[in-house]
Ligand binder design. Structure first.
Ligand SMILES: Nc1ncnc2c1ncn2[C@@H]1O[C@H](COP(=O)(O)OP(=O)(O)OP(=O)(O)O)[C@@H](O)[C@H]1O
Ligand SMILES: [Mg+2]
Length: 329
């Protein structure tokens, strides 16, 4: 539904994105992640036909964003990073105007507007001037205008920014409910939100894609071991040595002890090799009191940090290698 191939965008001498390629399947909700300045908004603007690419292609809903931009525009809803609203208009008339622009028949407009106001939780402010709305409400009006006409593809640049916690939860549910019938790409810096709403992610850093795919698969790829946290009342050295002998265990890391005679460890084992049973047996045999034994799930946040840290190391290594003269290396 969204196919991006070797997309590059230069702003003067600055290359905002370079050779960006990814696809979003129909009905999928994809999280577009990356640090500030990575190129998320630039990519989304190109997908929404707001900005021409310098090179490469992007197809949205079956049409090229450059050659078929009118066709693309009919099929997308776009929430830009800075929501441009006609601030002198009142909410409902503004949305009615958006519906007219999007070609919604006059007879259907009232219902369409009422429906998007309900979904974006702004029915209570429908008669107010947009300029008098609070930031969160303006954001929701922006989301409502993206939803007008029930477009097949939604491009949402930080949709939950500025919302209060209760509204964030509501808007997340709204976005989740779009899956299946709609294709959604959304950017955000709230990583737990991505795990809640999206099945897959595309991660961009310094203008280049550094990882993409289903979240579970990325977790497996970047954390090939599973982790168990163990707390046991016993001599710490003995526990550590004993756990290291368990088949499948690849690493035992000691955490700060809570009291004397109590050790906390993180035990890493090959993925799919659950060693909790063995740890329990071992403790029972040695008559050690097992105080805690739990599996630690790796989060998208940890994956993200690991990927970016790897990128930084690579960049530093490249710079260092460039700086070292031939004969010195
Ligand atoms: N109109 C512009 N003119 C010049 N440079 C720009 C313009 N828009 C963006 N840039 C630059 O392009 C790069 C990518 O910016 P972009 O807004 O796409 O990042 P982003 O990933 O959306 O970041 P954020 O998380 O802060 O929103 C940045 O270095 C930015 O300064
Ligand atoms: Mg941005």
């Amino acid at each position: 539904m969204i196919e991006v191939q070797n997309l590059t965008k230069h702003y003067g001498s600055l290359t905002a994105i370079r050779d960006v390629s990814f696809t979003v399947a129909p009905g999928e909700i994809v999280g577009f992640l990356g640090p500030n300045g990575a190129g998320k908004s630039t990519t989304m603007r190109i997908l929404a036909c707001f900005l021409p690419a310098s090179s490469g292609t992007a197809r949205v809903a079956g049409f090229d964003v450059f050659r078929g931009s009118m066709e693309v525009r009919k099929r997308i809803g776009y929430l830009p990073e800075n929501v441009p609203l006609y601030t002198d208009m009142r909410v409902a008339p503004y949305l009615d105007f958006v519906a007219e622009m999007k070609g919604v028949a006059r007879s259907a407009r009232k219902k369409v507007v009422a429906d998007v106001m309900d979904r974006a939780l702004i029915a209570d402010v429908q008669s107010r001037l947009i300029r008098n709305l609070s930031k969160g409400y303006r954001q929701r009006v922006g989301l409502a205008q993206a939803l007008v006409g029930d477009p097949a593809v939604l491009i949402l640049d930080e949709p939950t920014i500025g919302l209060d916690p209760a509204q964030i939860a509501e808007i997340r549910n709204l976005i989740k409910s779009l899956a299946g019938d709609h294709t959604v790409i959304l950017s955000t810096h709230i990583l737990p939100e991505v795990s809640m709403v999206c099945g897959s992610v595309v991660i961009i850093n310094r203008g280049a894609i550094v990882a993409q795919g289903p979240i579970d698969r990325l977790v497996e790829q970047f954390f090939p071991t599973s982790r168990i946290e163990v707390e046991v009342a016993a001599p710490r050295g003995a526990v550590r040595d004993a756990m290291k002998t368990i088949p499948g265990v690849v690493r035992v890391e000691e955490r700060a002890a809570s009291h004397d005679g109590i050790g906390r460890f993180v035990v890493e084992s090959a993925r799919g090799h659950d060693v909790r049973g063995e740890i329990f047996q071992m403790a029972a045999q040695q008559k050690w009191a097992l105080l805690e034994l739990r599996r630690v799930g790796m989060t998208l946040e940890e994956v993200f940090i690991r990927i970016l840290a790897g990128e930084e190391r690579e960049a530093a290594a490249t710079t260092a290698a460039d700086a070292v003269p031939e004969e010195a290396s």
